[in-house]
Design a protein around this ligand. Structure first.
Ligand code: ATP
Length: 363
């Protein structure tokens, strides 16, 4: 594999893309470091694919600039054609050429090399993905997962400085997806390709991305490492993406809300405004209640309404003193956690999140 001397930095500078009245990308700025893997995460229609197509040069922005290694590839006065950008693409509906052998499919993008060099490079990458013995066969004999490997090999063998991947694992079953994700990440690291991966799945984004960029309605809501997004989500919308949460509405008084776990700050909320308290299902715990049914040693008194065994955890609906609706709580505690039992509910106020309810607009 030929390794480029300089990995590419990709910069989106106030990028806009409109289709008529519809703003698919709306003033988005993002700076991707050389060799970094960034996952674009967000609901359907938020502009993820459009951003990739803009980076690839398949679409032209209606505003802003895109730079690859400080060279403007799209902007008001300039547009570099896709084939001159050094980008590799792997889209969900990757199509292998049915009339070409697997080796020819992989060698397809290696036009700059001699036939023999291209063949050798294609064989090397096929070996890397464990498919060298299929080189002279045609794509139809391969399974879906094997075809996907060939598509990955084909995309990466020309050594693109930038890899753009749109839902590359969506067609695979869970086991194959795990294996392909690992393999892809290893290949991308070896190639030192700066990579953007579009996904709908938070877990996939956490697993693959050095950084995750969360989009909504054409804008970036938050970018950061997985832990940052999980622990300090900038909006209710982001909190919902990364963990199962309970949401309880409170009215703000004196910049705070009065909850059963104490008075909590409601930053940025106006007096009298309704805010949402978020408690992660995995951020609380249950213990068997003391002999008198009281929550000795801290915690709130609760009664288990339902308990569902999920293997490594039990998901309970618990009626907790001070809360009107039951809270969903996932616990690994086993003994004494049964439907109808009295429990002690342990909630760490430091783990509670409070967001303006206006953040919850429909998208
Ligand atoms: P998904 O996850 O479903 O693929 P996405 O986040 O990738 O969604 P995009 O495909 O980028 O979203 O679309 C963003 C918005 O732009 C959508 O409202 C879509 O309908 C619109 N859009 C995209 N391409 C076009 C086009 N060629 N013409 C008109 N509207 C378009």
């Amino acid at each position: 594999m030929r390794v480029p001397d300089v990995a590419a930095r990709v910069v989106f500078d106030a990028i806009e893309k409109s289709y008529g009245e519809q703003k698919a990308v709306d003033g988005l700025s993002l700076d991707i470091a050389p060799g970094e893997v960034v996952c674009l995460l967000g609901p359907s229609g938020c502009g993820k694919t459009t951003l990739l197509r803009l980076a690839a040069g398949i679409e032209r922005p209606t505003g802003g600039r895109i730079l690859i290694n400080d060279v403007e590839v799209a902007g008001p006065g300039r547009f570099v054609q896709p084939e001159d950008r050094g980008v590799g693409l792997m889209f969900q509906d990757f199509a292998l050429f049915p009339h070409l052998t697997i080796l020819e499919n992989v060698a397809f993008g290696l036009k700059a090399l001699s036939r023999e060099e291209a063949r050798r490079a294609a064989l090397r990458i096929l070996a890397r993905v464990g498919l060298e013995r299929y080189g002279e066969q045609y794509p139809h004999i391969l399974s879906g997962g094997q075809q996907q490997r060939v598509a990955l090999a084909r995309a990466i063998v020309p050594r693109p400085a930038v890899m753009l991947m749109d839902e590359p694992f969506s067609g695979l079953d869970v086991q194959l997806r795990d294996a392909m994700q690992e393999e892809t990440l290893a290949l991308l690291r070896e190639a030192r390709a700066t990579t953007m991966i579009v996904t709908h799945h938070p877990e996939e984004a956490m697993r693959l991305g050095d950084r995750i960029a969360v989009m909504r309605a054409g804008k970036l809501v938050q970018t950061g490492r997985a832990q940052e997004l999980y622990l300090r989500p900038a909006a209710l919308f982001v909190a919902r993406l990364f963990s199962e949460i309970n949401e309880v509405a409170y009215r703000v008084s004196g910049g705070r809300i009065a909850t059963p776990i104490g008075s909590l700050a409601a930053p940025g909320a106006a007096e009298g405004e309704t805010v949402t308290l978020c408690l992660r299902e995995r951020g609380m715990d249950l213990a068997a209640a003391g002999a008198n049914g009281r929550a000795n040693g801290g915690g709130l008194v609760g009664r288990v309404k339902t308990a569902k065994f999920l293997g490594d955890a039990v998901r309970c609906e618990v009626l907790v003193e001070g809360f009107e609706a039951p809270l969903n709580i996932r616990t690994s505690a086993g003994a004494g956690i049964e439907e109808g039992s009295e429990v002690k509910v342990l909630i760490d106020p430091a783990q509670a999140l409070v967001f303006p309810s206006s953040d919850d607009k429909v998208y």
